[in-house]
Unconditional design. Structure first.
Length: 178
């Protein structure tokens, strides 16, 4: 049975509730998280929250996803994020999703989430990181906020940028034609 990564939109900030439900059923899922600073009773508190509201990635077969969708709908309304050109649900390739998870799981204030349209305005070279915490991550080399970073995109949905990457840790990959 072939497994796929689906990008799913939930309503009213229920992505954590859905994640717990899916994990109890043994379904692999992922929510990118980040630290935020909230002021509670005049004190600054560091909390961990979803980096992108109402978004969860689910790894399962098409049949399993259809069954889950039917089962979950009465409790938590969920919707596929659709590819505008093909009008089919967005399915993220494993390598791209694993790169995205590897970068975004570093819950760090230096990680920057980008709108994919903004990220595509500054196209750079495709690169692979050869050392450090992001070793073997493939993405696009860019300058963001004055630093050299590698951007990993999920086409048409989101992009995430690493912290500063020294050029000595990068190798240029061959350009692939669309």
């Amino acid at each position: 049975m072939q497994l796929y990564w689906f990008a799913i939109r939930v309503t009213y900030g229920r992505e954590i509730k859905l994640k717990k439900y899916l994990e109890n059923k043994g379904v692999t899922c992922y929510i990118p998280m980040q630290y935020v600073h909230d002021i509670i009773k005049g004190k600054i508190r560091k909390k961990i929250k979803p980096a992108i509201n109402n978004l969860i990635f689910i790894n399962c077969s098409i049949q399993e996803m259809n069954l889950l969708k039917q089962e979950i709908e009465p409790i938590i309304p969920i919707r596929y994020i659709m590819d505008k050109s093909s009008r089919k649900p967005v399915v993220i390739p494993d390598k791209q999703m694993l790169n995205f998870i590897s970068v975004s799981r570093m819950i760090d204030s230096e990680i920057i989430y980008l709108d994919p349209e903004i990220a595509s305005l500054k196209k750079g070279d495709p690169v692979r990181i050869t050392g450090g915490v992001f070793k073997d991550i493939e993405g696009e080399f860019m300058r963001i906020r004055g630093d050299r970073r590698v951007v990993v995109r999920i086409k048409g949905l989101i992009a995430v940028a690493t912290t500063f990457i020294h050029p000595s840790l990068l190798i240029k990959l061959k350009q692939t034609k669309p």
